[in-house]
Ligand binder design. Structure first.
Ligand SMILES: C[S@@+](CC[C@H](N)C(=O)[O-])C[C@H]1O[C@@H](n2cnc3c(N)ncnc32)[C@H](O)[C@@H]1O
Length: 241
């Protein structure tokens, strides 16, 4: 069975959106994954379709009601991980994307307003994931980001030419820079080593560039990489006769 995504949202018309195009869209057409949307408002019990209410304790904005969200979730939850997208969640990483892509699929709950009543997050055991340290107006763009990242890792989605092994984050480093023809453009030449045909030299240059860029731009990733590589060399040294 293909990887199944179900998105609970107040705006089902936002999907598939960008996921209907390019790599993800072709994979959707080929049945490599499926996408179902559930309108949370369909679980409302009054004739106005009310899904939210004012926060206990006061404050601005509205909160999505636990009974409505629970009813919407009840119809779709199964063995798939269920995720609430929220700026308060653990930051989405490539490791999380690999874990989710390796499973049977995902159920995603998109918040709106100030968010969702805490009790339903706990009662349904939702994993809380953030797509970054900024606040979106709703969970839908975050769901699209998460699904896009997962879908491209599904078997058969990326062609043989593209590889997830060499990308940013796969070795704990950001990726090296890319160049293509022409070899000289507006007076800027492609680094000579890339024209040399010397595979080992190209690999060494790419490694050095990946390390430089990671060190300069992401001290957090660089520190983790140093710890991991130190651990690996200790393990190798211990194994040596
Ligand atoms: C306006 S936001 C609510 C922000 C919330 N009051 C807070 O300060 O954490 C509405 C919804 O957008 C989604 N959202 C906003 N930013 C997000 C992010 N960085 N990652 C994932 N979801 C996000 C969540 O579903 C959230 O419930």
């Amino acid at each position: 069975m293909s990887w199944r995504a179900t998105v609970l949202t107040l705006f089902p018309e936002m999907f598939p959106g960008p996921l209907g195009q390019s790599l993800a869209g072709r994979a959707l057409e080929r049945g490599l994954w499926s996408l179902q949307t559930e309108d949370i408002r369909a679980a409302a019990t009054d004739r106005h379709g009310t899904v939210d209410d004012t926060p206990f304790g006061g404050g601005a904005g509205m909160v999505m009601r636990p009974d409505i969200v629970a009813a919407a979730l009840a119809g779709v939850t199964d063995d798939r991980p269920a995720v609430f997208l929220t700026p308060r969640g653990r930051p989405l990483t490539q490791a999380t994307v690999h874990r989710l892509a390796a499973g049977p699929g995902i159920v995603l709950l998109c918040g709106r307003y100030e968010g969702v009543d805490q009790r339903v997050i706990e009662a349904a055991g939702l994993e809380e994931i953030s797509v970054g340290d900024y606040v979106l107006s709703g969970g839908e763009p975050a769901a699209i980001v998460l699904l896009d990242a997962c879908v491209r890792l599904l078997p058969g989605v990326m062609g043989a030419a593209a590889s997830a092994e060499d990308e940013s984050f796969s070795a704990g480093l950001l990726e090296y820079p890319h160049y293509t023809r022409p070899a000289e453009w507006q007076g800027r030449r492609v680094p000579e080593v890339l024209l040399s045909g010397h595979h080992a030299a190209v690999a060494a240059w790419r490694r050095a560039e990946a390390e430089r860029i990671t060190r300069e731009r992401r001290p957090d990733l660089w520190a983790a990489y140093l710890v991991a590589t130190a651990g690996a060399s200790v393990a190798t040294a211990t194994r040596a006769p």
